[in-house]
Design a protein around this ligand. Sequence first.
Ligand SMILES: NC(=O)c1ccc[n+]([C@@H]2O[C@H](COP(=O)([O-])OP(=O)(O)OC[C@H]3O[C@@H](n4cnc5c(N)ncnc54)[C@H](O)[C@@H]3O)[C@@H](O)[C@H]2O)c1
Length: 280
Amino acid sequence: MEQLSGRTAVVTGGGNGIGLATGRRLAREGMRVVLADRDAEAVGAAEAELRGEGLEVTGVPADVSDPDANQRLADVAFETYGGVHVLHLNAGIGGTQPLLDPETKTWERVVGVNLLGVVWGIKAFVPRMVASGEEGLVIATSSGAGAEGTSYRSAPYAATKNAVVSVMEALYGELKDVGAAVRAAVLFPPLTESSMGNPRVEAWLRDNGVPTTLMQPADVAELLLDGIRNERFYIRIGEKQNEGLFDGALSAEYFAWNEGVIRGRAEAQLADTSPDGHLW
Ligand SMILES: NC(=O)c1ccc[n+]([C@@H]2O[C@H](COP(=O)([O-])OP(=O)(O)OC[C@H]3O[C@@H](n4cnc5c(N)ncnc54)[C@H](O)[C@@H]3O)[C@@H](O)[C@H]2O)c1
């Protein structure tokens, strides 16, 4: 999408971290931005902070796991700004729980936010975006766990982030079938410093011979903007983005590991072997 200025973006999970950073970045491009978050205090503070920078931002408290809250959010965005052009379905929570643990609430919570939050967001916004006939883009935030396959100690998180990739591939196909001016994309943030707190994963990778770098939310916003401008579907840091945008911040060992896991999973399925080689 070439023209952002004067158009409208909606970012869920916009009260903190990656959502707040992408909201800020898109607003700096001249977009009118609706930030939505279930944390009313955080989204109020985010709105005030960005307005203080002279940016056009509206904060809306909304829980994406509730279909009605998504409909109300879409109503606010369309009524306030007359249309939605970039929809970033980014709200997400962590979820680490052994499958052998009989408790069920963790799965319900994580599926409700990470997977159904994306589906309800699509249903609330995308038919209206398509009907407007205007150019648009829907991006959902997956994770390394969605690209690399099974992070088996975080099954609820990994399963939902894999599912988000499937949902966005399906949306891509459906939008093409109806000749929509709206496209779909999926964002794979690298390990990023946020309230999700990923120093633990970084340390684990380091201890296993994969030196990596904890990126900043503003870096992810830069990656997203690059993906929007270049009309990428799978918006992740490849070697090109690592050099072009981030001065080679991610190590060669990281790329080798990452590719090894992605390829290893596909090859294990094709060769009918076990997951031993790519489980992490
Ligand atoms: N930080 C990382 O290393 C990393 C890596 C890959 C993917 N991600 C993904 O990026 C997205 C943003 O994460 P972050 O790192 O900025 O975390 P964060 O915790 O800083 O921000 C997430 C925001 O989402 C909000 N949120 C949570 N549940 C919600 C709900 N039901 N409805 C509305 N808002 C809700 C939270 O209040 C919070 O403001 C998530 O989907 C996460 O899975 C993060």
